[in-house]
Design a protein around this ligand. Structure first.
Ligand SMILES: [Zn+2]
Length: 220
């Protein structure tokens, strides 16, 4: 469950913000999650490190990659995961699709990162005022969007939301519900993910991004 929404606590500039330029080796799920939380704190406070986006890092990654985390997020231009989490080259294996939904290709991409690149954390991230969620909630028939492809996407989100109804103009709870459904589906539809989570070597973190604050909220 996501924590109840609270007032944003102002961040004192520079206080308790640790400048961190990435860990060596593949971190545990918990360590990877802590690093993303710390990176988001830097981003929110205006003290992003912008580490590891230089020529030296680029060269060091020429022949291999060991991303610390997989991030499945919406394609929305306002929440690029590398910037939201203040991560550098090679840190995140990012998959972006409107409404952060699953299909076989998305699942295969996640499985590749887990099975072949060693990622031990999967973040599924929805966000405030998601256009895909809004479209899914506002269209009642399959033909209103004017495109079979968009219809397919909105129907998938509707299926994820089930009987969920919302009057929230920011679609916050709907986005969180969608993230929760996607995380559950990922367990069901991927043996690699399911076994990884069961063994404790892999974690799925549910996340929600606020456009106004830039803060990423994680469910328990
Ligand atoms: Zn969106």
């Amino acid at each position: 469950m996501f924590p109840k929404r609270q007032k944003t606590t102002p961040v004192i500039a520079g206080l308790a913000i640790t400048l961190f330029c990435g860990a060596s080796g593949t971190p545990s799920p918990q360590t990877a999650l802590q690093e993303l939380k710390a990176g988001n704190q830097r981003y929110v406070s205006g003290h992003a490190s912008h580490c590891n986006v230089d020529q030296k890092t680029r060269a060091s990654l020429q022949s291999s990659q060991r991303p610390n985390a997989v991030v499945l997020s919406c394609s929305d231009s306002r929440l690029p995961p590398e910037q939201v989490f203040d991560q550098g080259l090679g840190d995140l294996f990012t998959i972006r699709v409107a409404g952060n939904v699953l299909n076989e290709d998305v699942i295969a991409s996640i499985e590749y990162a887990v099975a072949n690149l060693g990622s031990q954390l999967i973040v599924v991230m929805g966000h405030e005022s998601c256009g895909a969620i809004k479209a899914a909630l506002s269209k009642s028939t399959d033909h209103e969007a004017g495109s079979p492809n968009i219809n397919h996407l909105t129907q998938e989100i509707r299926d994820n939301l089930g009987q969920f109804k919302s009057t929230d103009p920011l679609f916050q709870d709907a986005a969180k519900k969608n993230v929760s459904a996607v995380a559950d589906q990922l367990i069901r539809r991927s043996k690699i993910v399911r076994e990884g989570v069961k063994s404790g070597k892999l974690k799925i973190a549910q996340a929600y991004y606020s456009l106004d604050s830039g803060k990423v909220e994680f469910a328990d």
